[in-house]
Write a protein that binds this ligand. Structure first.
Ligand code: NAX
Ligand code: ADP
Ligand code: K
Length: 507
């Protein structure tokens, strides 16, 4: 698990380290500067290059001054410009050290700035870090625009200047970096859109924050890297298909068998023991032919699109047998879907994953999930979430974490809000931010695959929140493998399924 922090949280970690532990601020700053210099010195022809460092008045600017000093020591041609005059204590001390060494530091001058930018090969952005609190205006804005207008390699110190460290939003204007080197823990702003596009590649350097400084805080945001594959459920040697759980997939109205197929296939491919598909009677043959490994039970609808109630006899025993239930993919928004959903919520004793049309039906009657007895996971995309919350899609996508948090808390459920950075929340404020996946996955059916993966993980015994976070991560990773094989243009949902085995086959 990789923790992520807001600027505010990082500042608390900074001040705990400095005030409670006693590591001097200047020591941290020196290590931060050394971390950046390491990256600069890795450049192939750095000895022939010219570096230009832009510094603000806060400690991010202090890092910049220290970088300038260390590069000067290495004989690298460096120009430094300070953009303002009300320095923090540390930045004043850094400036004093540079003065003692007779290192020139320019004050802001628009013409000189343009000259330095055009002369340099590498620009170091140390204007604002985690202390940015408001819109960037005036000569700061002009400076950032000047940098962005020239095609130079830019390294941002900690976070691209102009990006909000908590939300990833651009506060007016922001540096477009080629590389961001961040300290201690990665900042949310470097991971969330649009900030992540400005940060480009992000490297984290350890500057000596003691582990206790992180552990003493309730850090709620996290992400995964490939180490998360260790969390895959263990497969006992002495086992049978019952060991790995039973998934019930309630999916597929007339002519919509595809969604049921994709969810069920994904549930099998991730290791679920047995999948029972409950689908419309019309889909029986196609489903049985396309996925003979699945058990098929069916329901029928009457002329008015209500459910033919005789199906409840078989339905009851399917629900009783299942370890996890998926409901919604391709069900359509008819009365039957509402009846099925209501029945499942009332009678299930196992976790329920509600997706697609299950969510659309739910948005007309959220009271259905108010008094649920079991864990509920919803997997909306922004359109479905906007209907659930009665707000615009823009409001959803601009505040993914807040919206996912809100619905999780209000209804006591798990929410996987799907986007290019899917967010998974629970009622206890935990926030998983997914960084796997790619734009090839913006293809019909990719969401059905995700539901199947999550259900298969729950069937094998993972707890619902853990399964949802891991499922989202593995889904993205499978998409990344599919990108390598077929590329983003040709990727189809079935390509993601095909790659699940490559992702899980780790031993
Ligand atoms: N000892 C420490 O505290 C350490 C801090 N570090 C660096 O310090 C940074 C955080 O430093 P600070 O908290 O001083 O904050 P920043 O350096 O991000 O700058 C904040 C300063 O800019 C001003 N400001 C904020 N928004 C502005 C705007 N829109 N227009 C103009 N001025 C604006 C603030 O009033 C403040 O003076 C980190 O990102 C990191 O780079 C590192 O050196 C590691 C150690
Ligand atoms: N640009 C992207 N980067 C990463 N993941 C993406 C991107 N676009 C889509 N996805 C993922 O693909 C899936 C699409 O799901 P969804 O919109 O429900 O599709 P459908 O309803 O067609 O099945 C989600 O899990 C989403 O996170
Ligand atoms: K910066």
């Amino acid at each position: 698990m990789i923790k992520l922090v807001t600027g505010e949280e990082m500042q608390l970690i900074d001040s705990y380290t400095i005030k409670e532990i006693g590591i001097p601020s200047m020591v941290l700053m020196e290590r931060a500067a050394l971390g950046i210099v390491d990256h600069i010195l890795k450049r192939k022809h750095i000895e022939n290059e010219k570096v230009f460092i832009l510094c603000g008045s806060g400690n991010n600017g202090g890092d910049g001054l220290a970088i300038g000093r260390l590069l000067g020591n290495k004989g690298i041609r460096t120009n430094i410009m300070l953009l303002s005059e009300n320095y923090t204590q540390e930045t004043s001390m850094q400036l004093k050290i540079l003065q003692n060494l007779n290192i020139k530091v320019d004050k802001y001058d628009a013409d000189q700035l343009k000259k330095y930018i055009s002369e340099s090969d590498l620009i170091i952005d140390a204007i604002f870090g985690t202390g940015l609190t408001r819109e960037v205006i005036g000569h700061y804005k002009d400076t950032i625009q000047c940098v962005n207008n020239e095609d130079k390699f830019v390294i941002s110190v900690d976070i691209p200047s102009g990006i909000c460290s908590k939300s990833g939003k651009v506060l007016g204007v922001a540096i477009k970096a080629n590389l961001t080197v961040t300290f201690g823990l990665n900042k949310l702003g470097n991971v969330l859109y649009p900030g992540t596009l400005y940060a480009s590649k992000t490297n984290i350097v350890d500057i000596g924050f003691p582990k206790r400084a992180y552990d003493s805080r309730m850090l709620k945001h996290f992400t995964f890297d490939e180490n998360a594959l260790q969390k895959l459920p263990k497969r006992e040697a002495r086992s049978n298909k019952g060991t790995f759980g039973k998934v019930l997939v309630i999916a597929g109205a007339i002519n919509m068998s595809g969604a049921a197929f994709l969810s069920a296939m994904a549930a099998y491919k991730i290791g679920g023991g047995l999948v029972n598909i409950m689908t419309h009677e019309e889909n029986r043959v196609i489903i049985q032919t396309s996925i003979p490994e699945a058990i098929v039970t069916t329901f029928n609808t009457l002329d008015n699109k209500e459910l033919d109630k005789t199906c409840f006899i078989e339905f009851k025993s399917s629900i009783k047998d299942a370890n996890v239930i998926v409901i919604g993919p391709g069900l359509s928004q008819c009365k039957a879907t509402k009846e099925l959903l209501e029945y499942v919520i009332r009678h299930s004793k196992v976790p329920i994953i509600i997706d697609a049309d299950g969510l659309n039906v739910l948005s007309n009657e959220l009271s259905l999930i108010k008094e649920h007895q079991v864990e509920i996971i919803i997997t909306p995309h922004p359109g479905e979430m906007s209907r659930l919350l009665g707000v615009s899609i823009k409001e959803v996508t601009e505040n993914l974490i807040e919206n996912a948090n809100f619905i999780s808390k209000k209804y006591n459920i798990i929410c996987a809000l799907k986007d290019a950075r899917t967010i998974v929340t629970n009622p206890f404020d935990d926030v998983y931010i997914n960084t796997s996946g790619n734009n090839g996955m913006a293809t019909a059916g990719a969401g059905d695959v995700l539901t199947g993966i999550i259900s298969g993980l729950i069937a094998q015994g993972l707890r619902p929140y853990e399964a949802t976070c891991l499922g989202v991560y593995l889904h993205g990773l499978s998409g990344d493998k599919a990108k390598e094989r077929v590329g983003v243009y040709s990727m189809m949902a079935r390509d993601i399924i095909e790659e699940i085995s490559k992702v899980t086959n780790i031993n």
